[in-house]
Design a protein. Sequence first.
Length: 74
Amino acid sequence: MAADRKRRLVVWFEKHLQNPPVRLALLAGLPLPPLALLETTGRRSGKPRRTPLSDGLVGDQFWGRCCIAPGQGG
């Protein structure tokens, strides 16, 4: 129960307080060395979504970690 509450708090913090200014900084071209901006297309809306994440650039390839929520398969 406490772990679920902590996860919801962390997700809320990242979504509403941390990601928006980081996203704006990366879109403005400010260099934030450990971060990159991942752009995907919304599955249902078709709208572009931009999410900051840890930079996984190795040479000319980008390496990311696929995350699956607990209980969602995998």
